[in-house]
Structures are given as structure tokens and as C-alpha cells.
Design a binder for this molecule. Structure first.
Ligand code: ARG
Length: 288
């Protein structure tokens, strides 16, 4: 708890003013120094002769961020197995591991803040969190409020129904009740398909699936990998073959925070290149 409070205070401090943070505790200063060293080493390794000026700038910028604590606060909604979910007391999943790998590259700790899915973008825009990683689809609408990193995974919306349902594809959804997680692309898509009045919005995808099992709704529209996880955990549910969309996941950062955006993108590029991203995804979603 203490650590969490500290990280939050630092994040707030970082957002408010870097200068105002300079008098922080010795614990923080030590952590920041460590992080600076790592960041400087990383920069040195990556620098080629022709890019020296740019690299110097990057190092100076890195030092500024790390002086504020060396912790990146990640906003997520851990109700979305296998991307992020609770395992006992821990929050685990693909996004968690990718974020940790990025943190390692940047020499920074990653602290997870679990919240409602529709609170993630506000947390990022207000500076309460440094970035949002939540199997979040890049959409035009979201790009109005946040910047997205390069994408790191593909996804699609799928339809879950009860076994034996007369719904065999999206055309059959008209006039039916669809359950979704509030504020997701599944929510938007379903609203387009069947109209606002026929969409039941839940805080968690799991609650939508429970409602389907209890015949309160006729179908659930949700991302493909969580759909598989839910269906494997309950009897009597199936996923229809039809994909309703093609989407791409990326990490959201505060609009205009190009410093962090560039750093995450650089780390992501390395993690894609060396196979780490594939490895993490395959660990949670074994290739069929
Ligand atoms: N991909 C969908 C979207 O961006 C759903 C994401 C839900 N993520 C979560 N962690 N609950 O809207």
C-alpha cells in the first residue's frame, strides 16, 4: 500500500511539475539513480555513431522522467483473460508481461492500477496513469483523446451464444439483446447492429456471460481471446465463426507525450524484433 501511494503521489507530482518533485525522499532518489544508469546504458548500447546528438537528447529526457521516480503507472481493467486478469492476488496476463518487458527496457518499474475499462482513458488524459494497456483497440474516436503506440496484436469481435441458439450469425442479432462490456468496441459495434435499446452494458465481460447463461440476454459480443477463455470456463456456450471486426491493440499515452510514446515504441520494436512479444502471446494463447 505504501509503495502504491508513493507511486501515485509521484505520478501526480510528475504531472504537476517536475521541478516540484526534486525534494523527494532518499528512497526515491536512489531508485531514480538506478533507473537513470540503466537508461543511460541502454541508450549507449543503441547509439550508432551518426545518431549521437539525438541520443544525448534522449538521455537528458530520460533522466528528467526518471528523476520523478522511475515508476510508470499502467491503467488496466483486469477482467479480460488472457490479456489481463486476476490470478489469486496477482494481476497477470499478456499486457502485464508486455508492460513489464517495456519497463525493463526503459529501466523503470511498472505499477498496475486496476480500474473500470471506461476509466482507463480518463486516467491517462488526467495523468493519474502514465499509460493504458488493456487489450485496447485503436479507434478514431479514442485518438481524439489519447495517442496510441504502434500496435502489438490483432483481434476481432466475436459472438457468444448458448449452444442450440437460433442465432447463427450477425444477421440473426437484429431484435435480440446483446450483452457487452461497457465502453468497449463490442459495445459500439453492438449498438450499431441492434440499437442502443437492445444492448445490455456490464462492467465486466464476465457479468455479460453470466447474464447469457441465465437467459437474460441472447448473445455476448466481445474480443476473440477473452471469448475463448469465457467459453472454456462455462458449460453450454459456443462462439460463432463470424468475426464482426478486425481490430488492433495498442498502448494509450497522454496526448502529446511524445517522449513516453517514442520510448515505448522503441521498446516495443525491440521486443517484436527479438520475439519477446510473440513468446508472451503464445504463452497465453497457444497457436492452434
Ligand atoms: N478491445 C476492446 C476495446 O478496446 C475491449 C477491451 C477490453 N479490455 C479490458 N481490459 N477489459 O474496446
Amino acid at each position: 500500500m505504501k509503495k502504491k501511494a508513493l507511486a501515485l503521489a509521484l505520478a501526480a507530482c510528475m504531472a504537476a511539475s517536475l521541478a516540484a518533485c526534486s525534494g523527494s525522499s532518499s528512497e526515491t532518489t536512489a531508485a531514480a539513480t538506478d533507473a537513470e544508469t540503466t537508461a543511460a546504458e541502454t541508450t549507449a548500447e543503441e547509439t550508432t555513431a551518426g545518431e549521437e546528438t539525438e541520443a544525448e537528447e534522449t538521455t537528458a529526457e530520460a533522466a528528467e522522467t526518471e528523476a520523478a521516480g522511475g515508476t510508470l503507472v499502467m491503467a488496466t481493467n483486469a477482467e479480460f483473460e488472457p490479456w489481463e486478469y486476476h490470478d489469486g492476488d496477482a494481476i497477470v496476463g499478456i499486457d502485464v508481461e508486455i508492460a513489464q518487458a517495456i519497463g525493463e527496457k526503459l529501466g523503470m518499474d511498472v505499477e498496475i492500477e486496476d480500474m473500470a475499462f471506461d476509466s482507463i482513458i480518463p486516467a491517462v488524459t488526467s495523468g493519474k496513469a502514465d499509460f493504458g494497456a488493456a487489450g485496447m483497440t485503436v479507434t478514431e474516436d479514442r485518438l481524439q483523446s489519447v495517442d496510441f503506440t504502434d500496435t502489438y496484436a490483432d483481434a476481432s469481435q466475436v459472438i457468444i451464444v448458448k449452444e442450440g441458439s437460433d442465432i447463427t450469425g450477425s444477421a440473426d442479432l437484429v431484435g435480440k439483446k446483446i450483452g457487452v462490456q461497457l465502453g468497449t468496441t463490442g459495445d459500439l459495434l453492438s449498438t450499431d447492429l441492434v440499437g442502443d435499446e437492445n444492448v445490455e452494458r456490464y462492467n465486466k465481460g464476465f457479468e455479460a456471460v453470466q447474464a447469457l447463461l441465465q437467459d437474460k440476454i441472447d448473445a455476448v459480443v466481445i474480443d476473440s481471446a477473452p471469448a475463448k477463455a469465457f467459453v472454456s470456463q462455462s458449460e453450454g456456450l459456443v462462439i460463432l465463426d463470424e468475426a464482426l471486426s478486425q481490430e488492433e491493440y495498442a498502448i494509450a499515452v497522454k496526448k502529446g507525450n511524445t517522449e513516453l510514446l517514442d520510448k515505448i515504441n522503441a521498446a516495443l520494436a525491440e521486443l517484436k524484433e527479438d520475439g519477446t512479444i510473440d513468446e508472451i502471446i503464445n504463452k497465453y494463447i497457444p497457436a492452434e
